[in-house]
Every structure is written in structure tokens, then in C-alpha cells.
Design a protein around this ligand. Sequence first.
Ligand SMILES: *Cc1c(COP(=O)(O)O)cnc(C)c1O
Length: 732
Amino acid sequence: MKKSQNDTAMLIKQLHALAQNLWWSWNPRAQAIFESLSPLIWESSNHNPVGVLEQFSETELSAHLGDKDFLRRLIPVLEDFETYMKKHPQRRPGEGLVAYFCAEFGIHECLPFYSGGLGVLAGDHLKSASDLGLPLIGIGLFYRQGYFQQHIDPAGNQQESYPTTDPSAIPVELVKASTGKPLLGSVTIGTSMVYFQAWRVSVGRCQLYLLDTDVAENADHFRGLTALAYGGDMNTRIRQEIILGIGGVRFIRALGLRPTVFHMNEGHAAFLTLELLREQLLKGSAKPDAERAVREKCIFTTHTPVPAGHDRFPGHDRFPADLIEFTLRPYVEGMKISVPDLMEYGTMPNTQNKIEFTMTVLGLKLSRAANAVSRKHGEISRLMWKDLLVVKESSVPARARPAGQDGIGYVTNGVHVPSWTGPTCWEFWERHNSHKWKEHFSDERFWQHVSRPEIVTDEELWALRYELRRELIEFVRSRARQQHAFGGVSGEEALFHLLSFDALTIGYARRFAPYKRAPLIFSDLSRAQLLFNDLQRPIQIIYAGKAHPRDGEGKDYLRRIIEATRQHPFFGKVIFLENYDIHVARRLVSGCDVWLNTPRRPLEASGTSGQKTAINGGLHLSILDGWWDEAYNGKNGWAIGGKSDENATPEEVDRRDAGSLYDALANDVIPLFYERDKNGIPRKWIARMRTAMRTIIPRYNTHRMVAEYAEKMYFPAVPPRSKQSEKKVSAR
Ligand SMILES: *Cc1c(COP(=O)(O)O)cnc(C)c1O
């Protein structure tokens, strides 16, 4: 009797520990436990286990734990979690701790600390680092009000709201000092001292620390400094970046950690180099030696393909000299660096323009290695920054140079595959052949094997597609009942008449940055109408995405989509889903047959959403830009437009790309989807799905990506691994 009470208390503790670790976010069976406890709160808390448990008394939890059926589901999950946490990481000699800095982290929909692809990439990076056992911590900002919540008003305009997150109701923990009080850090900004605390997010075996200035020690106007992601003006932005970069390094020191690598994921974090420089100078190093020591530790990843930045959110940052001087003068004077010296770090060599400070330049100048995020982006970046690289080359020891021959290499982005595999698809892969699929998804031979018809038949794959498409459409219908974007559709109509379960379903979802050209498919209305009017071969498209609150052009694009959703013949076939987030993304990438991407070349540094579809049997239809430029092989999806842009005007390029998009749909995509055998199976379509699985999943994932970072960027001096250990890493 007594023992069983102890067991129950123990299990309750384990259940809370499970809820606190984001490991559950890529383990659907763990999520199912919490969902089953309270489907209502699970839904309303945006799938947040801590939110669910908060509503349960110990007595109620104990009652559940007396239920054999509940235990049968819970125990294996707890065991998996324990095994995972205890797994001994494989370390290579010379590996130290990596500190990974990013302005946003997208780990799960219940943690609103991201705006788009950059954050999702950072979240997936942490998950794979955890899976691979790489010693890595993340540093970011705690956006209490997130990015924003999007609603479409009856007139078709985007409205933003900023609900405040209660930290006690989400899986984060305040970092405390040994005194039991919050561990505080501080930074001088201008003439003020700004304090911050940090929230710890456990992502499997990795820890993420999110800095938060909402502490009583601060003057009121600093308490809200970290409230919003990419909100406020340039003054807010630079202060946030000072907290992230300089504050981040100080916080790491306060934790007693000494990372050997500082990875800046995009320019927002580049001020971290100044704090590392200060440490060296305070130790008495001369400036050139101090700079060398900083470079030895720093790695920079650029995500921005154009210096001028057509799209400034969340692209790279440039600050006017007087703002730099105002916010950083006391700080740099304390380390005996003059303001002109500081400006030098953020400006291109040999330019007269010393009035703007560019974060990317700072990051590049003070790191030993830099990379772009796809092969094509690598080419663009080397051109963009060539004046800088010439200078840099001479000051960097050869062995520490990045992968490319001339200064900026590339590590193509990927996605954390288990996170983008919905529960239905997860069970599908578990059933078919291998419960180990999630450990082998980086392995090409595994997909060679699994994608064969002897393992998974065409019929089974087709049934899976139907199941996933239905799940998506039912999700859309239930959401549509609550949103205004459907102009006049009643709840009942939405529930029964929006979208068709048999139609070719296209997805388009991402930030509404203008260069991504969301409304491209509507640029020639007569051609678009022809496509959407074909009753024999119906198509439909589901959109989602947020425009930055200050991005007028992005908002116009969004309005054009909303207008289309209300017009014949698009009504019911062109859908806009409000409030794009990681959850909506997961639904869309699993349910859509085709994933559409239409960036204006060469502005898509990588893009990742298309990589999320292959595991679910989706096919990619995209401009040959970013990752697709290197992944497309003619058989694993479709390309829009050619590779050469010559000197065409943007309008010409848009017109040509739109024409190519219509041609691809009319001549290739739609006919293939509707070419059925006597059993109604589209054999050739499914063959393409198999090719996509084989060629995309094993390469465009974050396990491969993080392993590549470790090898080329973090620990390049370590001799190449033996064949055997290489096999182990890729198999994990
Ligand atoms: C994957 C993802 C993105 C990235 O989209 P791309 O345009 O393909 O880079 C953006 N937002 C969310 C929520 C995502 O899940």
C-alpha cells in the first residue's frame, strides 16, 4: 500500500518533468498523454502540457495513475524519455561547448518566441543537437508578447494583437542563483544600467536561455524592452540586440560556462563579439591579440541575400552612427576602445561610408568562419561580401577558414524531421518496416530501402495521402468557423462546403514578405480562373502567413489573397488560414499534396518549409532558389522558371515566373495527379513521392546540418572521424 503511494508520487513527479522538457514536442505519443487528460485545455493552451497539468489536482492525477490503460500508455513514454536523456553522447576529441545565439527560437507553438523561418531553424538546430548529443546551449530573448497574433477583419485587413504569456503556464523555468533569487545580469546601454533575468527551456538534452528585462530592478521603460519580437523602432532593436549579444555572454559567464564556440545565427547577435573582446582587453591583451582570440571562438551564419535589404524583417540590421555612439559609447570606453574604432568593426573596408553600422559586417569581421545557408546563397554571399573577405583572409589562420575557398562557405539548412511528422504519419512509418525510422532518417540507404514498393505499397501511400488531406481539410473547416476571413460563410457552410477531399491540394504558407510573392498565382486572373474552374481536375490552395505589422506591401499582398478567397471561382477553393504558427505549419505540410514557393530570385537564402513535406509524401513546386536550387533533380518535384535572371526588370521576372507557374500546373502537376490507373491510383505521382523521400529526407534535415556545422564550423581542427564513428553519427 505504502509503496504504491510512493510510486504514484514518483509518477506525478515524472509526469511534470516530462511536461517541462520540450522532448515531447517531437514525440507524438508523449503529446497524446497530455491531450487525453484534457482535450479542451490541450486545444486552448495551444498544445501545452504544462497548461494541462496546471489544471489538475494531485488527487485527480493520482486517480488517472490508478488506471491501467493510462499507465500502459504513459510508462513506455516515460521510459523512452529516460533512455533518451541518459543516452551517452558520442564525443569527438576536442569538442567543447557551443553557445548558439539567435534572436528567435521556434520550438513549439506554445512558446511564441519566433516570427518565422529563422526561429524555426534555430529550434530545429537545438533539437538535432540534443538528438546527436552535441554539447550546445541556446541564447535568445524572452518575448513575453511574442511576435503577434493575427486576425483578419471583415474588410480583409490584418489586425494584430499582443497577448501576454504567463511564464508559469508554459514549459520554462526561471534561472535562479544559489540564494534562490532570480539570477540577474546587467548591461550598460547608453548611460543606464539595464538588468535582465533568464528563462530556461529544456529541449531534450540541450538548454535554451531566454533573456528577459521585465524585472523590478529596471526602470519602467526598460521592463518592456524584450516584450516583442521585431517590434518597436531602431532604438528598441539595438537595445534588444545589446541584451542578446552582450547580455548573453555575461549570462553564460554567470552560469559559470566557458563555451569554446560562439555561433551567431544571423547578425542580431553580433554584439557578443564586443563582450568577448572586452574580456580579452580586460585581461591585458593588446587589441590585435584580443581580436584574434575573439575570432578563434566565433562563427557567423548569414541568412540575408541582399545588402540593401528589400525585406528588412527579420533581415540584417544596420544602425546609424549616432545611435551606435549613444548606446555604446560608455560601454566601449570602459574597454578603452574609441567610438571610431567601434564603427570600424561594423563598416566595410575602404568605404567612406562610416555613418551606418552593419551587424553582419561586425559578425563577419570578428569570426573565424562564416557560412551561408545553401549552395546558391553561398555564391551570392561571397559576391556580396568579397571586399570584406579579402581583408579577412589574411588575418585568419588557414585551418580555421570555413568550407568555401574564399571566405564564406555554406551549410544548407534542414528541418528536424520528427518535429514535422504529424501523429498519423508517425504511426504510418512506425508500422511500415521500422520503428527505428526516426533514428535513421538521415541515412540515404534507409530511404532507398523504405521507399521501395515491397516495403510500402502505392496503395498504402495513397491511403496515407487521403488520410492526411482529410485531416487538414477538417482542421481548416473547424478553424474557418471561428474566423472572419471567409466573408459571410456561416459556421455550417464552412463545416460542410469548404475545400474538397479529392482535389489536388496546394499549400503556401510563410511570412508575407514581399519578395516571396504570395499572390503570384493570381497575377493573370484569366489563367488562374481556368485552373480553378476545371471541374474534372479540381485544384485548391490553402494560404497562411503573417505580414510584419509595419510592412505595408506585405499587407497588400495578404489583402489580395483574402479578396481572392471571396470571389467566384476561387471561393471555397482558395482559403486563407489566420494566425500562421508552427501548429498550422505542421498541419499544412502534412496535408498538402503540393507545396508552393515563389520567391524572387535570389532572395530566398534557403527556405525550409518545402523540406517539411517530403516525410509526409508532399511534393515541392518552387522557383529554383535557396535549397531547391540544389535539391531539385527533375524527378523529385517541379521547378518554376529557369536559372538565369539576366537583367530583366522585376515586373518582367514576375510575369515570366507566373507564366511558368501556370504552365507547370497545367502541363505537369495537375495531369500527373489525375492520371489514375483502373484502381484510381496515380502511379506516376506516387513514384515522384518516393523519389522525393529518397532524395530530400536524408539530406535536408537538421541532423545532417548540425553534423556538418560540427565538422566544418565548430570543430574544424579535429581530425576527420573514422568511417565507423561516421556511420554511428548518421545513424542516430
Ligand atoms: C518552416 C516555417 C517557416 C519557414 O518558411 P520558408 O518560407 O519556407 O522559409 C516559417 N514559419 C513557420 C511557422 C514555419 O514552420
